[in-house]
Write a protein that binds this ligand. Structure first.
Ligand code: 5AD
Ligand code: SF4
Length: 447
């Protein structure tokens, strides 16, 4: 088979990165080896994201850079996949004339066939149809050799229709993978030496609702927790309205499940939450946080917040700040509301102007920075179990890893420790990481 080079660039969420891994695996079977140099590529795939306007703009500017390569090498194939491709379909060609292939989020499994046809005919193609069963869900995770952690897709799509969000429009209806298939995949990854699995889905808490065997996400976590030799289990992303008491209980009894939950709240104002179609109130959210902390007092809780959703008044924004003060998140991802085509919010009145959004984001992030720092400083003097991921990017001679609560820890250490769990005594705390000294190697990864 003729050897060809593939360069894949990803944008956006982990689901997008996972999909790109699957694309690389599929194309490998047709002779494409991945390269990290786009200049050497015969095929470039840009896996796009459309969650916010900023993501979309970045993608267009990146594609602009590939234009020169295409001019130098006319046989180079440029394909765009992912959410923006799904959204724009053939309108992509009007905007980026040198793109050869546009394929949607349900068409990944057809990539070898679509690329093969392009190689033969050179004819541009757009494939953005939705399928009842997303075939790429059946492709197992393929972490690169030497990886110590892996994402495992357990479901795809979303049925929630939050008013601001394009995802249900671009990834289709929710579909869960059968439980035995996921267990089998995690067993294989564990045997291959993967020490940390992150279960992935747009809303993992509603896992099982489309699988029809009555088993839900808590059942899945319990089943995975029993796999011999399994390392750490994490999951993302959770919807507060579907966070069940049974799942909360798992944090108290399933030892491999890390003490961390990402639980996006989006706003602290009931009025805004209602307009967002989130399906819970601030009070219900706080009750769930209290229940999590009751079962697992050391749990680290992170969240997402959007500021400047249409109709958000000062008083609503203050309610969000109040909620932050009440919960004291370990970390927070916060965004200015970005209008997305086709969503319910795009048609809403009372848009908040950019200046106000920017200012609210600044205030929110300053408050959260205080909270994060206080939480990180509270780790000083304690010993944390750290799964070592690799050399630190900043300091030579230092290794970097994560606590079970998902904090980054740097400490002096050797490369041989990669993939091991070590005890590190924390001596310093910063906004984005901790630093410490290793106490022992091969600590049991338990809380
Ligand atoms: N504007 C701003 N932020 C958004 N998010 C999703 N859609 C939008 C949007 N239109 C944020 C939410 C979500 C995170 C992944 O991205 O906070 O939880
Ligand atoms: Fe971006 Fe959402 Fe698509 Fe992920 S699912 S790539 S976050 S638009």
């Amino acid at each position: 088979m003729e050897k060809k080079n593939l360069y894949i660039q990803t944008f956006g969420c982990q689901m997008n990165v996972q999909d790109a891994e699957k694309m690389a695996a599929l194309l490998k079977d047709t002779g494409y080896e991945t390269t990290d140099d786009p200049g050497r590529a015969d095929l470039i795939i840009v896996n796009t994201c459309s969650i916010r306007e900023k993501a979309a703009q970045k993608i267009y500017s990146q594609l602009g850079r590939f234009r020169a390569l295409k001019e130098e090498k006319p046989k180079l194939i440029i394909g765009v996949g992912g959410c923006l491709a799904q959204q724009w379909g053939d309108r992509f060609f009007q905007r980026v004339s040198y793109v050869d292939l546009v394929f949607g989020t349900h068409q990944i499994h057809r990539l070898p066939e679509l690329v093969g046809a392009l190689e033969q005919t050179g004819e541009r193609k757009v494939e953005t149809g939705f399928c009842d069963h997303v075939r790429s869900l059946d492709i197992p995770a393929q972490p690169p050799p030497g990886a110590i952690s892996s994402f495992v897709t357990i479901m795809q799509g979303c049925n929630n229709y939050c008013a601001y969000c394009v995802v249900p429009h671009l990834r289709g209806r929710e579909e869960s993978r059968p439980l035995p298939e996921i267990v089998g995949e995690v067993e294989t990854l564990t045997r291959r030496g993967i020490r940390e699995m992150t279960l992935l889905g747009q809303n993992v808490n509603s896992y099982g609702q489309t699988a029809n065997d009555g088993r839900d996400f808590a059942d899945l976590i319990c089943a995975l927790g029993e796999i011999p030799g399994i390392g750490r289990i994490r999951f993302t992303t959770s919807h507060p309205k579907d966070l069940s008491l049974r799942l909360i209980d798992c944090f108290g009894k399933v030892v491999p499940l890390c003490e961390h939950i990402h639980l996006p709240v989006q706003s602290g104002s009931d009025r805004v939450l209602r307009r967002m179609n989130r399906g819970y109130t601030a009070e219900v959210y706080l009750e769930k946080v209290a229940a999590l902390r009751k079962v697992c007092p050391e749990i680290s809780i992170t969240s997402d917040v959007i500021v400047g959703f249409p109709g958000e008044e000062e008083e609503d924004f203050r309610a969000t700040l109040d909620l932050l003060n009440e919960v004291r998140f370990d970390n927070l991802f916060s965004f200015q509301y970005s209008e997305r085509e086709g969503t319910a919010a795009a048609g809403m009145d009372y848009k908040v102007c950019d200046g106000v959004k920017r200012e609210r984001l600044r205030i929110l992030q300053a408050l959260q920075a205080e909270h994060t720092l206080v939480k990180n400083r509270a780790c000083v003097g304690h010993t944390e179990n750290v799964l070592v991921e690799g050399p630190s990017k900043k300091e030579s001679g230092e290794m970097t890893g994560r606590t079970r609560g998902n904090r980054i820890v740097n400490f002096p250490g050797r490369r041989e420790l990669i993939g091991e769990t070590v005890s590190v005594r924390i001596s310093e705390a910063f906004l984005h990481s901790l630093r410490g000294k290793m106490e022992e190697k091969g600590a049991a990864d338990v809380h």
